[in-house]
Design a binder for this molecule. Structure first.
Ligand SMILES: Cc1cc2nc3c(=O)[nH]c(=O)nc-3n(C[C@H](O)[C@H](O)[C@H](O)COP(=O)(O)OP(=O)(O)OC[C@H]3O[C@@H](n4cnc5c(N)ncnc54)[C@H](O)[C@@H]3O)c2cc1C
Length: 338
């Protein structure tokens, strides 16, 4: 079966790799296949199924958890992609921050820790931190390394081309996985939500866990990589431009340094801007759009986490016509399409 995939971001590539593994003849179309256009290039790579965004949508929480369970095997098949299971330490600086974060910790059924207990886990944390919680099952991965491993699997099948209309793709089945570009191709309600992210570089080992916290009302996460990089994210703005702003960078840096003062000596190596592909209910769209056209898009804040399950569901649907019923809550039909 010939399958054309529109979009060579993390979702399109993972679906393509899974279809190829199961015997399909895959071609992936993307105008910028080596590089920086997709949200994956900016994403921190936290694999955190219990985040606040899913409070009101239990079916999404189930999908996130199911994908989280697939990650160890998915990462192992790709080689060294920075997969790390040290877990997350949640932290709160002020009394108001404790009140805000406690809601999230309660939802995740985590036991609260005192400031000194969180510093036992992460000695680089500020002595001003009042409270925290340890989420030992959360994980992280480096999305750039995942994409580069997937691109290697699909070598020779990547075509550098922008698809302006789906009729340009000649295949037995077409999968639209174009992130924010999916709206123009399908009419589905997917809008870009801007996020600014910093990459700091310093000596490895300052932090062991992902830090997810609030500092004076500013929400921030710090994702440390083994090579000394620390990803600091992220703003969340209803904007379509790609400009980093002084205010965005200031807020992220201020919160990061309030929580981990030792980061002041790190190099500010990158400031990047990406757009999360967001739907009206914050959940992805995975399913058949019409006849032989399928869609896998709108993964919003959790597209890296949702990559393995999306790839599997898309491959099942394209090759067999059916997929696990977990997909039923995420069809394009819920927005009146298909
Ligand atoms: C600041 C930020 C932080 C994030 N952090 C995390 C995180 O920690 N954990 C997590 O799970 N998720 C995170 N995400 C979300 C995650 O990055 C996205 O959900 C995910 O990248 C979506 O993958 P995608 O392949 O659908 O889209 P993208 O990664 O955006 O890729 C879409 C691709 O489609 C191509 N394309 C677009 N239009 C066309 C067209 N017409 N023809 C051909 N190709 C086209 C683009 O060039 C691009 O390469 C974050 C996102 C942002 C912005």
């Amino acid at each position: 079966m010939k399958v054309g995939i529109v979009g060579g971001g993390i979702i399109g590539l993972a679906a393509g790799a899974e279809l190829l593994r199961r015997g399909a003849d895959v071609t992936v179309y993307d105008p910028a296949p080596d590089g920086g256009d997709g949200a994956w290039h900016v994403a921190a790579g936290m694999l955190a199924p219990g985040g606040e965004s899913v409070f009101e949508f239990p079916q999404l929480e189930r999908l996130l958890e199911a994908s989280s369970r697939l990650w160890p095997e998915f990462a192992a098949a790709l080689g060294d992609v920075g997969y790390d299971d040290a877990g997350t330490v949640g932290v709160a600086l002020t009394a108001d921050d404790v009140a805000e974060m406690a809601r999230e910790w309660k939802h995740q059924k985590l036991s609260p820790l005192t400031g000194s207990q969180v510093r036992d886990l992460e000695p680089a944390l500020s002595p001003r931190i009042r409270a925290g919680a340890h989420a030992p099952t959360e994980r992280q991965v480096d999305p750039r390394r995942v994409v580069s491993a997937l691109r290697e699997i699909l070598a020779g099948r990547l075509v550098r081309r922008n698809v302006a209309d789906l009729s340009e793709v000649v295949a037995d089945a077409t999968v639209v996985a174009a992130g924010c570009g999916t709206a123009a191709l399908t009419g589905l309600p997917i809008r870009p939500v801007k996020g600014q992210v910093l990459r700091l570089r310093g000596e490895p080992g300052l932090l062991r866990h992902v830090i997810d916290g609030a500092a004076d009302g500013r929400h921030v996460y710090l994702v440390p990589r083994a090579d000394g990089e620390v990803v600091v994210g992220a703003t969340q703005e209803e904007r379509t431009d790609r400009q980093p702003t002084a205010g965005g960078v200031h807020d992220l840096l201020r919160a990061a340094l309030d929580l981990v003062p030792g980061l002041a000596d790190h190099e500010l190596a990158e400031v990047t801007v990406g757009h999360r592909p967001c739907t009206p209910d914050n959940a992805p769209i995975i399913g058949r759009l019409r006849d032989n056209v399928f869609v896998a898009a709108g993964h919003h804040r959790n597209g890296i986490l949702l990559t393995p399950i999306t790839a599997r569901l898309v491959a099942d649907l394209v090759l067999t016509g059916t997929a696990d019923p977990i997909i039923d809550d995420f069809t394009p039909g819920r927005f009146g399409c298909a």
